[in-house]
Design a protein around this ligand. Structure first.
Ligand code: FE2
Length: 368
């Protein structure tokens, strides 16, 4: 199970020519003990635009937006009076080598040290969290907007580009000029987290945001399946990404497998190297069934989902397949949303729960 959100995949050489790599920077040598006295800004500044109101809003919506923005500013002011825990302090989470980087259009003919073997051709792509806006309050490394990096190896040259994935969340926040969706890990804990959910609800009521098309950041995984490069986070549908012939990166759109995927999908689906089928999970933190399992044929047709019985919603995140079995980790990190009302985090380590591995035959249910 990979704990780092930065994941990468190698596209087949016959596919669009591109590869990505992170712009390498030396690990930070700054002292970390005095971070609490620093302003809430990452080492490298991300975009920060003054809030503005889209022209499409009517007078009522503009008044409501201004009111909610003021309420949120008051909330942040109150929240930051006490030191943030390291797990949600952006000065810790996205400092040094983890600082956000700006988007880059394709840089061609990069300098190459040494010799690239002839067998290296195609595109190397990598996904990671890279917030568009500077955090003004809690922020966890995993909360950043998805950014895909691509390094393209051509016959005699190498190109690099990186672009934010145009999720519905990102597009709306860019239009509004500031973040309006709560950050799943850095902000949704305790009473402040509850208030942020209420703010999201009322902003939705007034038509200021639209969470109906997903709030995911598509920052946790990449997979190349059925001639599509998909960027994923486990709280939303995948996003179809395309590497162009000029080595640029484009977001095609949110991808629902021809209308058959109506629920979020984890960021680490598995492809059977023999059959080309893709296996995946979806979990729900509110309602039973808390976990569902399904597959796609190699041409993208989804099977009916199989409900996996869990007593409580569990942070599954990843799983494994063998030639004949699927193996699921039912472990001790669980979701307890009620903990927010008590001032805690909704993601809890339950030391009283017994971890177990569930395994069952790969096709027992799906083909039955
Ligand atoms: Fe992961």
């Amino acid at each position: 199970m990979a704990s780092n959100p930065y994941t990468s995949t190698l596209l087949p050489p016959s596919k669009p020519q591109l590869i990505t790599t992170m712009k390498t920077t030396k690990p930070s040598t700054k002292p970390t003990l005095n971070y609490a006295s620093l302003p809430l800004t990452p080492t490298i500044k991300t975009k920060q635009h003054p809030p503005h109101q889209p022209f499409k809003w009517n007078i009522l919506q503009r008044a409501a937006a201004a009111t909610f923005d003021m309420l949120e500013a008051a909330l942040v002011s109150r929240e930051t009076r006490i030191p943030l825990p390291k797990t949600s302090d952006p000065r810790v989470q996205i400092s040094g080598n983890f600082a956000p980087v700006p988007e880059q259009s394709p840089n061609h003919n990069l300098t190459v040290s040494g010799t690239i073997p002839n067998c290296i051709t195609g595109v190397y792509v990598r996904n990671g969290a890279n917030p568009l806006y500077e955090p003004i309050s809690g922020h966890h490394l995993f909360d950043g907007d998805g950014m895909v990096h691509a390094v393209s190896f051509h016959e005699d040259s190498v190109s690099y580009s990186c672009k934010l994935t145009e999720t519905h969340r990102l597009v709306q926040e860019r239009e509004t000029g500031h973040p309006v969706f709560p950050k799943a890990i850095g902000e949704l804990h305790g009473h402040f987290g509850v208030v942020r959910l209420v703010l999201l609800y009322v902003r939705t009521l007034f038509g200021l945001v639209d969470p109906s098309k997903g709030m995911g950041v598509a920052n946790a995984g990449l997979i190349y399946f059925n001639n599509r490069l998909l960027a994923m986070s486990e709280d939303d549908l995948p996003y179809h990404i395309r590497v162009t012939s000029s080595s640029d990166i484009e977001t095609v759109g949110r991808y629902d497998f021809f209308g058959t995927l109506g629920c979020a999908m984890i960021a680490h689906p598995k492809i059977d190297p023999v059959t080309g089928e893709m296996f995946a999970l979806s979990y729900d933190v509110v309602r039973k069934p808390y976990l569902k399992y399904f597959k796609f044929t190699k041409d993208g047709k989804k099977s009916p989902a199989v409900d996996i019985q869990l007593d409580e919603p569990t942070m599954m995140h990843d799983f494994a397949i063998t030639e004949n079995y699927v193996v699921l980790p039912d472990q001790q990190v669980v979701f307890k949303l009620e903990e927010m009302a008590k001032g805690g985090s909704p993601v809890v380590y339950d030391k009283n729960k017994m971890s177990r591995l569930l395994d069952f035959h790969l096709f027992l249910f799906l083909n039955g």
